[in-house]
Ligand binder design. Structure first.
Ligand SMILES: Cc1cc2nc3c(=O)[nH]c(=O)nc-3n(C[C@H](O)[C@H](O)[C@H](O)COP(=O)(O)O)c2cc1C
Length: 302
């Protein structure tokens, strides 16, 4: 049986719904020898800012039940290095490029978005939801008015479709989703990490130097499924779902809850082949269940 796995995110066609979650895959260079990047629907890059960011003091990561915690603080080499090094590398691959953008102020975000206007990238994912940077980031992601304003400002300058990445660290994620969409967001991605804390009882201090850290991995998966479902039923734009996706079944859950595409994050750290196994697993599920088009599954659970 011929099956269609192509999905559409804001006018951009992905050969299949699987991408990687920002910050867990670099720009794919480190994974190139394990993963055939040509098989991915898209590569989503680590967050890139207008200037290089050193990130937070170490330790920056810790293990926890069913996942991990991180407070990397969006360390990145800045847009100049990224444009020269990462974009040309990714362009040698037959996959779509989603550039994740971070900033501390509206001006920072705009500078990166304007720089990317002339670059051959397919989609912009705007990280307004990082819990680990004190200025910017989360401030935009937790206040609907601030989210509306920054989305509007970015949309006025962006040449590529804009995906706003939402924070789960809010009471009602549909309020944030609606604010982003009213301001013109072309798509949404969710969820970013959930703020947590771990104490190292032997050192009698915080396990992660930032004190708080973002929890990711299987522990947050049911929350991601719930939030994708809520957002899919509140707005009309495509959703990239993520949060603790370890296998094809987890990815299919997010698709059935309403995600048009799914990003694999923490799973890459303990199984570099996770993305490929998930793509193969979705194809097998479709064949076994006589599903000829993946689009039939998007939001099929009401
Ligand atoms: C080490 C690490 C770094 C991350 N860096 C970013 C980032 O730069 N930008 C961003 O939007 N999200 C970042 N995230 C969040 C992930 O993209 C994703 O939203 C989250 O981890 C949930 O997915 P997962 O449970 O599959 O990892 C990072 C997550 C981890 C674990």
């Amino acid at each position: 049986m011929g099956i269609n796995t192509k999905v559409n995110i804001a006018g951009v066609e992905l050969k299949n719904p699987i991408t990687v979650a920002s910050g867990t895959f670099g720009s794919g260079m480190e994974y190139d020898e394990f993963v055939d990047l040509n098989r991915l629907g898209a590569v989503t890059t680590k967050g890139v800012a207008n200037v290089p960011w050193p990130g937070n003091p170490t330790p920056r990561v810790a293990e926890t039940y069913g996942g991990m915690m991180n407070a990397i603080g969006l360390q990145n080499p800045g847009i100049d290095v990224f444009a020269k090094r990462d974009i040309p590398f990714l362009r040698t691959k037959d996959t779509k490029i989603i550039v994740n953008v971070c900033g501390k102020s509206t001006e920072d975000y705009i500078e990166v978005v304007e720089r990317l206007a002339d670059e051959d990238v397919d989609l912009l994912e705007i990280n307004v939801s990082c819990p680990n940077v004190k200025e910017g980031g989360i401030a935009f992601g937790q206040d609907p008015k601030a989210l509306y304003d920054i989305t509007k400002a970015i949309k006025a300058k962006a040449k590529q479709p804009v995906i706003m990445k939402l924070s789960p660290n809010v009471t009602d994620i549909t309020i944030m989703a609606k604010a982003a969409c009213e301001a013109g967001a072309d798509a949404l991605s969710l969820i970013n990490t959930i703020t947590g804390m771990k104490i190292d009882v032997n050192r009698r201090t915080f396990a992660v130097a930032n004190k708080t850290a973002g929890v990711s991995g299987p522990a947050i998966h049911p929350i991601a499924v719930r939030m994708v479902y809520q957002v899919a039923n509140a707005v009309d734009v495509p959703i990239i779902g993520m949060g603790g996706v370890m296998n094809a079944e987890d990815a299919l859950e997010l698709i059935m809850a309403g995600a048009s595409a799914v990003a694999v994050g923490t799973a890459n750290f303990n199984n570099p082949y996770a993305t490929i196994e998930i793509i193969d697993g979705i194809e097998k599920y479709m064949i076994d269940n006589n599903i000829s088009d993946i689009n039939e599954l998007i939001g099929c659970v009401k």
